[in-house]
Ligand binder design. Structure first.
Ligand code: ADP
Ligand code: MG
Length: 685
């Protein structure tokens, strides 16, 4: 590289690297790698550790490991079925024999010398006397000495970890290209290596300790940048004054309801009403398990905001849910002369124009809608409160856009998915949380059962009896159309071939995301009014749908869903006084799936379910950019690195206290990295 005529810069596109042409650079783009800096910052996920090789007989069975052994025989390439080639070698140590085969890698054998000792990394199988390995990675003693830990990179089709490793190796002498974002005193304070050093060490560590120190430094940097970015987003949101309101007594509204609010609903509403009358814009999360009655708390808050002369908006993640909320809230609020408008993507042009005009003039007091509420044409007359339902579906970015549509409205987000409190506070330092920890009276837990497809006929017998008893049923399938590559129940053919066939005399409806909005509404209305006994649907009904007379939820291919999603679906039933059931149907035999589904059967509480998901699937589901509009992290993990997160938050506030806009020369590089991280996530406009 040093003789290269090219002057390398950190923003040089990767295609200028040796061995990387347009095709490979396209594959790099799939990994979000465009420049040399991106490549240098593509960190290994883990390492293959060659420092403690096993003797053949001691190697564990059926797990990845490194074995050291001497080659005693080789066998050249042979053609085998499917046009593949096979080469083999035999290696030994003092006690045992290792048979090695490589498929489609004929040249590997040429590099092996009989009588030489090598390291083989792969999965060992076989029996105590004769061990086998297929397609192991081979390294010489010298190679192991130079680089005892072999990095394993996130790879993509046509671009293996090894290829990536070779590209990065070319660059490591140029790690100094990466500017140092952290001030010298910070490096000293936390005993962190410099960036260039850390990047070199994370790709080619000489020891596990060196790799650890490098990782620690890079995690710290990433979390610092994250915290600076979050603080900047927040700052945009608190600059203005908010919508000042008077404290309002909700009693007149509460008296108009057919039921008394639960204690938890009362407490949460009090907290919200107090926020509304405070000096700053509210930023509150209302957490409550499915069915805990979050909508009522939203209604109280909306009522109060409108009594104060403001408009309110409620945003829902799906059209079905938006329509349901518009109808339900209209029923509660219209007696007070409150005018409710619905804004979804499904409106006809003329309807849309009228609605937009009503929102802009203030004729509409409450606007309920989908993300259509965020579109350009929507201007509010005097928005004072924005409620976002099922917030785990919305990003920070959407929230910011809503904020821009008005002078800093109060914001209430509602979610059934609990954010671990400490993490929530660290990420959104100014977020307040109210919890609905009590279900409305008269609820019995939904009885949850796990069964195999072979018992579907019995299940349908049970469904038939439930319909006789006057109850309604949901059946959920994972796909809309049949797909030859996947063996999943598609809702259309399931509806025709299974549901109709097994319940020939019942009234069945079909619902999925590809129906026209009008059709969706018609089907949903039919179901709500009891004109349908069974609704066969995709997960479009996952969140929020409320039909108290429905008592059975059947979920086909239950293995396809995370527990939190299953719990949401289960939450569609058990909303009335009658005993309710949830059936998880799956033919999946893996132990993990079975354990997961059995856990759900025995666990009624959504917080416990979320905790299990968090432990087993990681925090990505909570903090993935899909849900929160936060950037994807390359190296840090918000759950396991929470102590570093805390330190980074402290340092970020200290930096911003002296240099709020990151304008000082020593903060330029940090500022650029913040911009880059958040621009990519789409969190900044
Ligand atoms: P979620 O928290 O899942 O959004 P909903 O707001 O949809 O729950 O409420 C679930 C059901 O409970 C609705 O049918 C609602 O009318 C009913 N409900 C809410 N609060 C009460 C209450 N205090 N007493 C009785 N029923 C209630
Ligand atoms: Mg809800």
């Amino acid at each position: 590289m040093s003789e290269s005529h090219l002057i390398l810069r950190d923003d040089t596109p990767v295609r200028y690297l040796k061995g990387v042409g347009p095709k490979i650079s396209e594959r790099f783009a799939k990994l979000d790698i465009y420049t040399l800096a991106d490549l240098l910052c593509h960190y290994p996920r883990r390492y293959r550790d060659f420092t403690q090789p096993y003797a053949i007989a001691q190697a564990p069975f059926n797990t990845e490991c490194v074995i050291r052994a001497t080659i005693v025989a080789k066998q050249g390439a042979r053609r085998i079925t499917g046009g593949r080639s096979l080469v083999r070698a035999t290696a030994t140590d003092d006690n045992a024999v290792l048979e090695i085969s490589w498929f489609n890698n004929p040249y590997v054998i040429d590099k092996l010398e009989i009588g030489e000792e090598y390291y083989f990394e792969g999965v060992s199988s076989g029996n105590l006397l004769r061990r086998q390995m297929v397609n192991p990675v081979v390294r010489t003693a010298l190679q192991v000495q130079c680089a005892p830990l072999l990095p394993v990179y996130p790879q993509t089709e046509g671009l293996s970890s090894l290829q990536i490793s070779k590209c990065i190796a070319q660059l490591l002498d140029h790690a100094e290209l990466l500017p140092e974002p952290l001030p010298a005193e910070m490096l000293k304070k936390y005993r962190l290596p410099r960036k260039a050093e850390a990047v070199r060490a994370i790709h080619q560590p000489h020891s596990a300790e060196e790799a650890y120190a490098a990782r620690r430094r890079l995690i710290y940097e990433e979390l610092l940048i994250l915290q600076l970015g979050i603080a900047r987003m927040k700052e945009r949101n608190v600059a203005a004054a908010g919508a000042p309101m008077c404290l309002i007594d909700p009693e007149p509204f509460l008296r108009s309801l057919p039921f008394a609010p639960t204690g938890a609903q009362r407490r949460a509403s009090e907290e919200i009403l107090k926020d509304l009358s405070g000096p700053h814009p509210m930023n509150r999360l209302l957490q409550g398990d499915v069915g805990s009655g979050k909508t009522l708390v939203a209604a109280i808050s909306i009522w109060a905001a409108i009594q104060n002369g403001y408009q309110a908006a409620l945003m829902a993640p799906t059209e079905i849910l938006a329509i349901q909320h518009a109808n339900g809230l209209a029923k509660m609020l219209e007696p007070f002369g409150i005018r409710v408008a619905l804004l979804t993507g499904g409106l006809r042009a003329a309807e849309k124009r009228t609605t937009l005009a009503a929102i802009a003039s203030g004729e509409a007091d409450l606007v309920v809608g989908t993300h259509a509420l965020l579109s350009q044409g929507v201007m509010f007359h005097r928005l004072g409160l924005a409620v976002i339902d099922e917030q785990h579906r919305f990003g920070v970015r959407q929230r910011a856009v809503l904020n821009e549509k008005a002078q800093q409205p109060h914001v209430l987000v509602m979610s059934a998915t609990p954010i671990p409190r400490t993490l929530g506070l660290l990420l959104y330092g100014d977020l307040d949380i109210s919890v609905l920890d009590e279900l409305p009276p008269g609820r019995t837990p939904v009885k949850t059962r796990f069964l195999k497809g072979e018992r579907r006929a019995d299940l349908y017998g049970f469904l038939d009896k439930e319909i006789d008893a006057g109850h309604q049923i949901y059946i959920v399938c994972p796909a809309i159309e049949d797909n030859p590559t996947q063996d999943l129940n598609a809702v259309k053919s399931y509806y025709e071939d299974t549901a109709k066939a097994l319940l020939p005399h019942r009234r069945l409806g079909l619902m999925h995301g590809k129906l026209k909005p009008k059709e969706k509404t018609a089907v949903m209305d039919d179901f709500k009014e009891g004109n349908l006994d069974v609704l066969v649907s995709t997960t479009v009904i996952e969140v929020g749908v409320d039909v108290p007379n429905a008592t059975v939820m059947v979920i086909e291919n239950a293995e396809r869903y995370g527990l939190s999603a299953l719990h949401q679906l289960r939450g569609r039933v058990g909303r009335g006084a009658a005993e309710s059931w949830c059936f998880l149907v799956s033919d999946h035999n893996s132990e993990q799936v079975q354990e997961r589904l059995h856990f759900l059967c025995n666990t009624p509480n959504g917080f416990d379910v979320a905790e299990y998901d968090l432990k087993n699937r990681g925090p990505g589901d909570f903090f993935g950019s899909r849900q929160h509009g936060l950037p994807d992290l390359k190296i840090a993990d918000l759950m396991t690195d929470s102590r570093t997160l805390k330190a980074a938050q402290k340092e970020a506030s200290a930096i911003l206290a002296t240099d709020p806009a990151l304008q000082r020369p020593e903060h330029q590089i940090l500022a650029a990295l913040v911009e880059q991280m958040f621009r990519r996530a789409g969190a900044l406009n």
